[in-house]
Ligand binder design. Structure first.
Ligand code: NOJ
Length: 570
């Protein structure tokens, strides 16, 4: 149990009006369509979230991050936005949004929403206007339109490939019916890239940020924050030209659309808007950039915080963890931000599954997670290739380690249940992810981590809602449900609740001191006030240092910390 000294530290815990509330927050990501369905249409909604506020409160988090809930054709799970200042009617109304925000705030929880500025949906009124307008018109200038190559413009302006596979350009039919210009889309063709050199685009996003801030939103998660500004000179370099330039292209910010320096001018403007509010609105960048350039996104004059996906891409390995943590803490200190930690989100194979896969030789990864998970998706996501027990054991150890780190911990819905990824059990006909369709036959995509949550052990869609579930849930989901775990002292849900409660009691200054363990496969560190976390990445049991054990991810064996386990002591 916490000592009197640590209880005293609790009075320093962030308050709702504390401008630094985000620095060491535990943030829970909700993928709204798959969280809780209040009206039985098989799609999670805002009222469903409101009804689960008591659950979120008991979990012990500080904030909720909501993935897109805006009107959308769902060509990319809601990251194709039709209207940035409204709610998808299938998810509710603006009034429902206000009710949800109020319920979260009444429970002392902050609310972060996703902003998708790189691209709109092709159904957005601006894009529809652009299609109806002629070449060179102001309407087209809000997007990235170019003439094609070849005698009749029949070839795309470059050979660039979209993140989801296939060409990054789509040809339009002009209003007179003739084949016309091409527009750029780094992601799906239903996601045309916006032109951030256009002042109207910039102003409109400032309006959007104020719109949600005025409704009480506390912060923003910025989707592909590193892609907005582009340099599309007359002659576009080919993919081979770009590849030939190696790492220098990225390090020097010379890539035509990834991580260009000009993007920070946009965020400087956004920061001024954030600072109009009390406490200032926060932001976290999703920026898959070279580690040496990440701090720019996290600067206090910019977004203030940036995700680092380094732990997510690491294997379950003491050396990789220690190196990654050291580097990221130093980086955060240099930028003035606090560090971020994440193991799972809606784009990657859940960590309870990833850690049950054979380690990969190359953990470089990309948008689809570390290589092990990626390879598994490419191989078809066979459940028999996963050692689920080992994966869960390691996931619990890794999460407990993360909760002891200084900085913000970002959790993804369902990881508190130790949920496994759903692999090949989703039939092709039920899949939704554009990465599956655009990469047909290459990989199965990200639907497996987006299957609606199991709340009850049996019953209609395992308590997700009174109707079905928009992605099929496998039979084994019931065993991982909230209901099945609620009363179990050793369940992953109980572990998360205990650990998150202790985390908010124990954490004070953002400091960490590494401890010598005498073993390469055991990592230990101490936080101020004597809170110590020890993780045994190996197989050989480890004798813990003296102290009271506060919580452990697996039971101690004869007083020793077993393999693939973490314990906290004080
Ligand atoms: C990153 C988001 O996390 C992902 O889900 C989405 O597909 C792309 N950005 C495009 O918006």
């Amino acid at each position: 149990m916490p000592t009197t000294a640590t209880m005293a530290a609790r009075t320093d815990a962030p308050r709702m009006d504390d401008p630094n509330w985000w620095r060491q927050a535990s943030v829970y990501q909700i993928y709204p369509r798959s969280f809780a369905d209040s009206n039985g249409d098989g799609i999670g909604d805002l009222k469903g979230i409101t009804a689960k506020v008591p659950y979120l409160k008991t979990l012990g988090i500080d904030a909720v991050w909501l993935s897109p809930f805006y009107p959308s054709a769902l060509a990319d799970g809601g990251y194709d936005v039709d209207d940035y200042r409204n709610v998808d009617p299938r998810l509710g109304t603006l009034e429902d949004f206000d009710g949800m925000a109020q319920a979260l705030h009444d429970a002392g929880l902050k609310l972060i929403v996703d902003i998708v500025p790189n691209h709109s949906s092709d159904r957005h009124e601006w894009f529809q206007e652009a299609l109806a307008a002629p070449k060179g018109s102001p309407a087209r200038d809000r997007y990235v339109f170019r003439d094609g190559l070849g005698d009749n413009g029949e070839l795309p302006p470059s050979d660039w490939v979209s993140v989801f596979g296939g060409p990054a350009w789509e040809r339009v039919t002009e209003p007179d019916g003739a084949p016309g210009q091409w527009y750029m889309h780094i992601f799906a063709k239903e996601q045309p890239d916006l032109n951030w050199d256009n002042r109207e685009v910039r102003e409109d996003f400032l309006t959007t940020l104020r719109f949600w801030s005025d409704r009480g939103v506390d912060g923003f998660r910025i989707d592909v924050a590193h892609a907005l500004t582009k340099n599309l000179e007359e002659t576009l370099p080919s993919t081979a030209d770009l590849e030939a330039q190696g790492e220098a292209l990225y390090l020097e910010g010379r890539h035509p659309y990834w991580d260009r320096d000009e993007v920070h001018g946009i965020y400087a403007e956004w920061r001024k808007v954030f600072n109009e509010y009390t406490p200032p609105r926060t932001a976290v960048a999703e920026a898959w950039v070279h580690a040496d350039r990440r701090a720019r996104y996290a600067s206090p004059e910019g977004l203030g915080q940036a995700f680092n996906f380094d732990l997510l891409q690491a294997d379950f390995d003491a050396g990789q963890f220690r190196k990654t943590i050291t580097k990221n803490l130093a980086e955060a200190e240099a930028s003035g931000a606090s560090s971020t930690w994440v193991f799972s989100n809606h784009d990657v194979v859940r960590h309870a599954t990833r850690y049950g896969l054979p380690a990969s030789e190359d953990s470089a990864g990309g948008i689809m997670a570390g290589q092990a998970g990626k390879q598994w998706l490419v191989a078809g996501g066979r459940q028999e290739d996963v050692d689920a027990e080992l994966g869960l054991r390691r996931a619990r150890a890794a999460s407990l380690l993360m909760f002891a780190l200084p900085g913000s911990a970002y959790l993804y819905q369902g990881e508190e249940l130790g949920l496994q990824e759903v692999g090949c059990e989703i039939a092709d006909a039920d899949r939704q992810d554009p990465a599956f369709f655009r990469n047909k036959g290459v990989e199965i995509g990200r639907d497996g981590c987006r299957v609606p949550l199991p709340w009850t052990s049996v019953g209609s869609s395992f308590g997700f809602g009174p109707g079905g579930s928009h992605l099929p849930q496998p039979e084994w989901f019931g065993g991982s449900s909230v209901e099945a775990q609620e009363a179990e002292e050793d369940s992953t849900l109980s572990l998360y609740r205990r650990a998150l409660a202790l985390r908010s009691e124990l954490q004070t200054a953002e400091a960490l001191e590494w401890l010598e363990t005498g073993r390469d496969d055991v990592v230990a560190f101490r936080r101020p006030n004597g809170w110590t976390s020890v993780t045994n990445f190996g197989a050989e049991p480890f004798k813990l240092p003296a102290g009271e054990v506060l919580v452990s991810s697996s039971p101690l064996e004869a007083g020793l910390l077993p393999g693939a386990a973490t314990a906290w002591l004080q």
